[in-house]
Design a protein around this ligand. Structure first.
Ligand code: AMP
Ligand code: MG
Length: 517
């Protein structure tokens, strides 16, 4: 175990690629470079609010002392650090947005973790960078709590994600227009230290393509493969790599669908080339099952990033990545073909995942129809997704119509009308007869279901309540949630196993959220 303030950091990324070393924080375009040197801006009164013990143990980082807290708040840096902001571009809501870059994220350095490589330690909310555009480079407490808890919760759910090591209150106030309606207010500021092997995004590659810096595009691609995909040894590494990014992205979306996660801002600058969930903003879990639900108020008009559209947006985003790396190919036929395989790859993973959720021994003939039918039924009745699937685990094998209706009652937000009741009964009767054809034991089937259906999810209203408490200096609920999220598949935290309360539907921050953070 080492302290943040004493161990030497590595700086492979900054010593490999062209950077802007001026230290100038003036917002500007930075052609020719992949990053800009950016020192964090000091804050008034740092206070450690949360520390991820498990992650710290994994990385070999000791419990923070006073000096370490200064590092976590951007007030101190050690000689081996070379803090920088990444330069990347992206498509936002389907439109080319040009250069974006880390407007409020600053990587301090790479923390060596055994031979397996290193982990980037990055501060989010540590002050302006050359990519802050009109922003202040800061983050408010509410959005920092959301990123801190949710990225860790995703990890414990078994879903690829960036992680969060620490949450620090800055003691400074940050001005925000939370509802985008001119009601600006000061809010407490905070900083999250987040970690990942790399924060490179689809947009990192798009930027080099847009600037026609082909040599650097080749270099970044080769380096990414070398560092993070070392198992790729094929002759044409680039195409194998793209196929694997595509595969990981499809797998990630399927994992989101498994637990009912909606990212909310799937812009190409928020898509990790490592297939991680990245950039936690106005995300949400589904309460009631609604494929059309988007938690992002900016997304309401088009619902581009709604729950049920995430797999098609991923495909669209992969298309942007394919276009970005196209200049590296003499002939792009293979690249186009790889992209066109997405649908098959995604659907195969999707049905397999649903099969696991349903406790099926394998995907057999007729199972696609059963799964499609279940989806329609859920969309129609809109029960609580998490509660519904938990109840499915305990549905008696011989349940008749009456028992079925009674059994799922606790998952209903609204009493289904007659036709929907009939549909539920017919879907679940087919399901039960399919379960009888399983070639695994009933117990094995239930074990599969328990492993694939979370019982505890970090619902937005719970986060909202925890945030309200934290803003008053009270961390009881925060700590409870932090504990509960570590064992999301167990029944250890059933005080949270209930329907979303009525008030949460209309309460801002509890159902929908703006990007103001
Ligand atoms: P996001 O939608 O959160 O991924 O952010 C989109 C872009 O806006 C990224 O380039 C962010 O770094 C930048 N950004 C968001 N909030 C701020 C802020 N408060 N200050 C500076 N840049 C920001
Ligand atoms: Mg982002």
């Amino acid at each position: 175990m080492d302290n943040l303030s004493t161990k030497d950091f590595e700086k492979v990324f900054v010593s490999t690629f062209a950077g802007d070393h001026s230290g100038n924080l003036q917002p500007r375009q930075t052609p020719g470079v992949l990053y800009s040197k950016t020192n964090p801006t000091p804050v008034a009164k740092p206070a450690l609010l949360a520390w991820s013990e498990d992650l710290a143990a994994e990385l070999g980082i000791s419990e923070p002392n006073e000096q370490d807290v200064q590092i976590l708040s951007g007030n101190m840096r050690t000689p081996s650090m070379y803090p920088y902001a990444n330069c990347y571009a992206g498509h936002q809501f389907g439109n080319w947005a040009g250069q974006l870059g880390d407007g409020r994220a600053i990587t301090l350095g790479e923390w060596p973790v055994s031979e397996k490589g290193s982990i980037e330690l990055q501060l989010k909310g540590a002050g302006p960078t050359p990519y802050s555009r009109r922003g202040d480079g800061r983050a408010v407490l509410r959005s920092s709590i959301r990123e801190y808890l949710m990225s860790e919760a995703m990890h414990y759910l078994g879903i690829p994600t960036t992680r969060a090591l620490a949450l620090v209150a800055t003691g400074d106030q940050v001005l925000r227009d939370m509802f985008y309606d001119g009601r600006t207010a000061f809010e407490p500021g905070a900083i999250v230290m987040r970690t990942a092997p790399s924060f490179l995004r689809f947009g990192s590659f798009e930027m080099l393509a847009a600037r026609q810096e082909t040599a650097q595009l080749q270099q970044l691609t080769d380096w990414t493969i070398d560092q993070f995909y070392p198992h790729i040894t094929a002759e044409n590494k680039t195409i194998s790599w793209f196929k694997e990014v595509l595969d990981r992205t499809a797998a990630l979306i399927v994992e989101w669908l498994r637990v009912g996660f909606v990212h909310g801002v799937m812009n190409t600058d928020n898509m990790s080339v490592l297939g991680l969930t990245i950039d936690y903003g106005p995300y949400s879990f589904l309460d009631d099952y609604d494929p059309n639900f988007t938690p992002n108020t900016t997304d309401l008009p088009g619902r581009r990033y709604a729950f049920g559209r995430q797999h098609t947006v991923a495909y669209w985003n992969l298309g942007c990545l394919a276009s970005a790396i196209a200049p590296l190919f003499e002939n792009t036929d293979e690249l186009s073909a790889a992209l066109e395989d997405y649908k098959t790859i995604y659907l195969e993973k999707y049905y397999r995942m649903m099969g696991n959720k349903l406790g099926l021994d394998a995907i057999r003939e007729g199972d696609h129809l059963l799964i499609d039918d279940l989806e329609e039924t859920l969309d129609r009745i809109k029960p609580d997704m998490t509660i519904f699937f938990q109840l499915l685990i305990t549905l008696p094998a011989d349940a008749d119509a009456e028992v079925i209706l009674q059994h799922f009652q606790p998952s209903f937000y609204q009493e289904p009308e007659q036709e929907s009741q009939d549909k539920l009964i017919s879907t679940l009767s087919s399901y039960l007869s399919r379960i009888r054809r399983n070639e695994i034991s009933a117990e094995a089937s239930k074990t599969l279901m328990r492993a694939n259906n979370p019982r505890f999810i970090l619902r937005n209203y719970l986060l909202h309540q925890a945030i309200q408490e934290m803003e008053k200096g009270e961390n009881t609920l925060f700590l409870k949630l932090q504990e509960a999220m570590k064992t999301p598949y167990s029944a250890d935290h059933d005080e949270f196993f209930k329907l979303r309360p009525e008030w949460a539907i209309t309460q801002p921050g509890s159902s929908t959220l703006s990007c103001s953070s």
